[in-house]
Design a protein around this ligand. Structure first.
Ligand code: GLY
Length: 395
């Protein structure tokens, strides 16, 4: 009995020791990748035209694509600069981050689609969190009001894209991410209605987007007057009934974030369900960087989507904060595997990818666009995951 007790202590100490060793490794990885990100983004800033934001880098063409600020990804470059600045306090990065906000600012009035949350909260949200500059907060509050212009009371949701040949009033799972802008604004000087709209949207999505196994459809099309569902399909995934990897990541992040603001148990339950779908899926590779679609027909030869892994890692680290000890440890361990994989196998060569941090993401495979490329949002969520790991796990 005594020997058993002693070996129990030894096992406990070993566990602590291994844990401390793993944490030391992770601390070193984070420090190294923060410095790498700063040096890459100093290169990227030289390669991007002053009136555009970097969107992707395609190694097959050795080509950097930059886009105007009304493209949905425009907020990620300034947002990543702010995250790198937070980590490194590099003045060159700060100067570029401030400059890029000036370019992004008119987007606070943008109503062309639902993406204003991505565009303004990833850029100005980080800038305000770091500087507390009231001018940045004003932009966020204005943008949140702008987002409500696409709210359709009959369907109790924010319409993602405009009516087209394919859709009447589509809502895509990605739209969960835009709710952070509304929830934050509502609690920081904006109207209560902003949070009501966000929660109505989250409830409608909860009702209509998910399958019994916790996976989600990409797009649900609605009748705006009655809220009737017209169809459930995909746009960027492999098939209507498949699980597009980044869509699962947006849902996981979205419901975790909505629980942060509302403490509604149904949002937390949905986040756990999505996490279980992803983490237990037989097609999730050992390095936990998913194929672009969990049902891609050419697995294991299908392209990976590093952007999905970055979003998942960041979301799992937050979900861990709302979980019991056992679940928390498991989510952190899975997020750590994703981070280690991205750092070891999916990072650009120093000075490569025109300055992007990561490689091998997929934007829109069925549209034959952005396959196996660097994407600005993969970099953004990777830096956010590193920051979260440092702040929440290592402190
Ligand atoms: N929101 C568009 C995408 O995830 O590709």
């Amino acid at each position: 009995m005594k020997r058993f007790f002693q070996s129990g202590i030894v096992a406990g100490l070993m566990c602590c020791f291994l844990n401390a060793g793993a944490q030391k490794d992770m601390r070193a990885l984070i420090r190294k990748d923060e410095a790498f990100a700063a040096s890459q983004y100093k290169l990227l800033m030289k390669n991007v035209p002053a009136d555009k934001m970097p969107q992707n880098y395609d190694p097959a063409k050795d080509q950097l694509v930059a886009s105007a600020t009304d493209w949905w990804t425009s907020g990620f470059y300034p947002g990543t600069l702010w995250l790198i600045y937070k980590a490194t306090k590099d003045p060159q990065i700060l100067a570029e981050a401030k400059k890029r906000l000036v370019l992004e600012e008119p987007i606070q009035y943008y109503t062309g689609n639902h993406d204003i949350g991505f565009m303004i909260f990833c850029s100005f949200g980080n800038a305000y969190a770091i500087t507390k500059d009231p001018r940045y907060k004003k932009v966020i509050l204005t943008a949140a009001e702008t987002a409500t212009k696409r709210y359709k009371p009959g369907m109790k949701a924010i319409q993602s894209w405009n009516k087209s040949k394919k859709f009447n009033a589509p809502v895509i799972i990605d739209n969960m991410m835009n709710l952070e802008l509304l929830e934050w604004a509502s609690r920081n000087g904006g109207s209560k209605r902003l949070a009501e709209i966000a929660e109505n949207h989250a409830n409608t999505t909860l009702k209509n987007h998910f399958r019994p196994d916790g996976s989600s459809y990409h797009a649900v099309d609605y009748d705006t007057a009655t809220g009737a569902v017209l169809k459930k399909v995909t746009h960027q995934g492999y098939a209507d009934e498949s699980a597009w990897a980044r869509g699962q990541a947006w849902g996981l992040y979205g419901y975790t974030m909505m629980y942060r603001f509302t403490k509604k148990p149904e949002y937390l339950a949905q986040a756990h369900k999505i996490a279980a779908f992803i983490l237990n899926h037989p097609n999730l590779p050992k390095d936990k960087v998913p194929y672009w679609d969990f049902n891609a027909p050419d697995i294991p030869d299908a392209p990976r989507d590093v952007s999905a892994a970055a979003v998942m890692a960041s979301a799992l680290l937050e979900l861990a904060q709302y979980s019991n000890q056992k679940q928390k440890a498991a989510y952190i361990a899975d997020a750590a595997i994703m981070i280690r994989s991205m750092s070891a196998r999916y990072k650009s060569q120093p000075g490569g990818s025109k300055g992007f941090i990561l490689t091998q993401s997929v934007g829109h495979l069925p549209g034959k666009s952005e396959v196996n490329v660097s994407l600005s949002y993969a970099d953004y969520y990777y830096m956010e995951a590193l920051e979260r790991y440092k702040e929440w796990i290592l402190k």
